[in-house]
Design a protein around this ligand. Structure first.
Ligand code: GLN
Ligand code: ZN
Length: 782
């Protein structure tokens, strides 16, 4: 019998219970026991949901109060010294301190570590551990800190405790662990580089002990996640040998406990042999991202005693599964192995999709019929397993319902806009290229704008005060009419323009007071986008996002930003910079339709942005910025796939921007980026000016531009906006001098690292004053 399984369920709760509870706990409004009770309530609820859906393999230890990698670091006792942990179970407050840092005095009166208040900001406290993106998702994990000679111990027994808790409540679960090899590769070497895998031998005994305890507690299976098995090999060590050693050790300790190794987000490719040779009982394959690997695995031959877990329901997207199509590869696998050696599952943990579609009461029924969130995906998995076991006839109704939905979606008029499609077909390469090379454009822009050397500007947003947020909320609730809202926003724009004039900035912005979120704002005004009420997905800790859903052809029915930008421009003689979000970022931060290539959807968004760019230009705006902070994060997980992505991503940016005249200056902005390995693609965007985050790295991020002899203009951030600290003039002057040493001073712009919306005016105003002063000092010298 094929078992219906799951790799992980969203932990946040359908009503975002986890967020409310953890935040209340951090504020001191909820005690630890009450917080623990909320966690327990959520776990029990989710186990119940999965059992009711008919799942045979239900995960435990997929719950976390913050992050599963942080939890695993606590399990193995990888707690950095600065958090003052002295062995034994890691207290919840310590785990939160690791995630969020501790501000102010590190210890309370009783000597206990105090939970932090603001992540990473701990001038006199303890800095948080780093956080980074979980593969190519928008989930962020806490990066374990590893140092040479590190010791591990079984410190927290969360996986065992949660298994027991489930068992007592009548659920036989399959605990989820992050595998030893992946845990080390997720970590970061501290105190000098070294081969992280050299820690394997000291780490493995802890895993052995953990497996022994799980076995004693009565677990039959354990899911061990090794996502790195589906990635390019890291530069260090011998990976094959590491997996071999690790799983020999795990096998030895597991006894009759069965191990399922889970891979996801990519295919095994060159690691196929290694994966199939592991002494384990199950192997999970992501057949949504890498469907081709099933036949490769079957052709290779599946060792006797190895069960395959077929990840056929998309755990990364919100579309309803085409059940008949999903069954085809499953039936091939059944033919080769028999159903008793198969499991059916989502492609990866359901952490990356919203909890429950049935909560969406405002979505229209047609669109709703195309979607499936975590709960609905459980039902799909159960139906597919049943079809495998009992034949298609046993689930005929479900198959028919699925087929009619698939057909309805395929033939729905609302998905299509023939004009958009025709426009895409007739695209020419000229449309994605500026008319003249940058040197010529530069003189035309200089003649028009007349900017001084080291021109100053900001990245777009100004502080989003409570007053601004309330304005937007009141408009949404209908408490404020359009006219009153418009007047209030215009007043805010005027204030921000006057402030910038007073500070002496050269290229001004309108401050983005009308925007909630840089993708949502545009999505709401574009066709082809839908928004949910409850479609929250965890981004990190208690931060959740509600990505828009791109379901159809994208186009722009009307100008989106022109009235605000032209209003700002009407107030001043200085140039005001139009501010747009780029096509790649809009794509990257949405749930994207799966019925056409992502590149196609990206081009459609690009055309919509192009229309906006041209309208801004026609309205007299001479400087236009198209933000692409997610350009780098769109890179595929496998390097072999990079070139293909970079080609269409860069073409989309150029399509959005290249329609303007030479004298119109195009800016772009990117943050949280490394540029070394994509610098040619960045140069290929041919933006007149790029601003990047650089201050925290002491301008190190500029190296890539220097080595490449980057030809266009560049504004390396000199003001770290992630910190409340006000940088002094000398400090920024120093950073600018460093930049001016390695690049032509004529290329340089002076700006902060990113938008200012999360900061307050008492931080921003003096910081910008110092920034302008620093630019003036350098200006004097040329
Ligand atoms: N223009 C945006 C802002 O200033 C850019 C945000 C970003 O790069 N993430 O807020
Ligand atoms: Zn930014």
């Amino acid at each position: 019998m094929a078992v219906a399984g799951n790799l992980g369920f969203p932990r946040i709760g359908a009503g975002r219970e986890l967020k409310r509870a953890t935040e209340a706990y951090w504020k001191g409004e909820l005690g630890e026991d009450a917080l623990l009770a909320v966690g327990r309530e959520l776990r029990l609820r989710h186990w119940g949901l999965q059992r009711d859906a008919g799942l045979g393999a239900i995960p435990s230890n997929d719950f976390s109060f913050y992050d599963q990698v942080l939890d695993m670091a606590c399990v193995v006792g990888a707690v950095p010294e600065r958090f003052g942990w002295e062995g034994g179970p890691v207290p919840l407050a310590t785990a939160f301190a690791m995630a969020r840092g501790v501000s102010g005095p590190t210890r309370g009166a009783g000597g206990e570590v105090r939970p932090g208040t603001e992540a990473g900001v701990a001038p006199s406290g303890v800095p948080a551990m780093e956080m980074t993106k979980w593969f190519d998702t928008n989930y962020h994990y806490i990066v374990p800190e590893l140092h040479r000679g590190q010791r591990f111990e079984l410190a927290s027994k969360k996986p065992v405790d949660e298994f027991r808790e489930a068992r007592e409540a009548g659920f036989d679960t399959r605990p989820v662990l992050i595998g030893p090899v992946s845990l080390l590769l997720l970590g970061k070497a501290r105190g000098g580089a070294f081969d992280r895998l050299s820690l394997l031998d000291t780490l493995l005994p802890v895993y052995q002990q953990l497996l022994a305890e799980l076995r004693e507690a009565g677990a039959a299976w354990v899911q061990v996640d090794e996502p790195f098995l589906a990635l390019d090999p890291p530069p260090e060590g011998s990976l094959h040998d590491a997996y071999r050693r690790a799983y020999a050790a795990l096998r030895e300790a597991a006894g009759n406990l069965k191990l399922l190794v889970a891979t996801y987000f990519e295919g095994l490719r060159e690691n196929l042999e290694t994966a199939l040779a592991l002494p384990v009982n199950g192997l999970h394959l992501d057949l949504v991202r890498a469907p081709e690997q099933l036949d490769q695995v079957l052709a290779h031959g599946v060792p006797e005693g190895l069960t395959l877990s077929l990840g056929v329901v998309d755990g990364r997207n919100v579309w309803r599964t085409d059940l008949a199509a999903a069954l085809e590869p499953m039936e091939r696998a059944r033919k080769a192995l028999g159903s008793h050696r198969l499991q059916v599952a989502p492609s990866c943990s359901l952490l990356h999709v919203p909890v429950d579609l049935s909560l969406e009461t405002a979505l229209d029924p047609e669109l709703k019929g195309w979607l499936a969130f975590a709960r609905q995906k459980l039902d799909e998995v159960a139906v597919l397993a049943r079809a495998l076991n009992e034949g298609r006839d046993a689930v005929r109704t479900a198959l028919e319902a699925s087929r009619s939905q698939v057909e309805a979606r395929r033939s729905s008029a609302r998905r299509e806009n023939p004009q958009v499609q025709a426009r895409l077909v007739s695209l020419t390469s000229e449309q994605a290229r500026r008319r003249s090379p940058h040197t010529e454009r530069r003189s035309a822009q200089q003649a028009r704008l007349g900017l001084p050397p080291f021109p100053t500007t900001t990245i777009g947003s100004f502080p989003q005060t409570g007053g601004i947020r309330r304005l937007r909320a009141r408009l949404r609730r209908g408490e404020l009419d359009e006219a009153a809202y418009e007047t209030a926003i215009k007043a805010e724009i005027e204030r921000v323009v006057r402030l910038q004039e007073g500070l002496g900035l050269d290229v001004l912005v309108h401050g983005e007071p009308e925007r909630n979120d840089m993708v949502e704002y545009f999505g709401e005004q574009l066709e082809g986008f839908a928004f949910t009420e409850h479609g929250w997905v965890q981004s990190y800790g208690s931060r959740y996002v509600k990505p828009p859903i791109i379901y159809g052809d994208v186009w722009r029915p009307a100008p989106m930003t022109v009235r605000w930008i032209t209003y700002a421009q009407s107030l001043t003689d200085r140039p005001v910079k139009g501010m747009l979000t780029g096509p790649v970022t809009i794509l990257q931060w949405s749930f994207v339709r799966d019925d056409q290539p992502r590149s196609e959807t990206c081009r459609q968004i690009a055309l919509a942005i192009r229309d906006e760019v041209l309208d801004l230009e026609a309205a007299g705006i001479g400087v236009i910025q198209i933000d692409e902070p997610a350009f780098r994060e769109g890179l595929p997980l496998r390097r072999a796939d990079w070139a293909g992505y970079l080609r269409w991503a860069s073409e989309s940016f150029r399509l959005a921007t290249a329609g303007v005249r030479d004298e119109t200056q195009i800016h772009t902005h990117m943050c949280y980026s490394e540029f070394n390995d994509i610098i040619d693609a960045i140069a290929g965007l041919d933006a007149d000016v790029i601003s990047i985050e650089a201050s925290r790295s002491g301008m190190e991020l500029l190296d890539a531009f220097v080595a490449f002899r980057y030809p266009n203009e560049i504004g390396p951030g000199v003001y770290d906006i992630h910190s409340p600290r006000v940088p002094g003039r000398e400090e920024m002057e120093h950073l600018l001098r460093r930049a001016a040493q390695v690049l032509d001073p004529a290329q340089l712009w002076v700006n902060p690292d990113c938008g200012l919306k999360t900061r307050s005016y008492d931080e921003v105003t003096p910081s910008l004053r110092n920034l302008v002063a620093a630019a003036r000092v350098l200006r004097e010298e040329v």
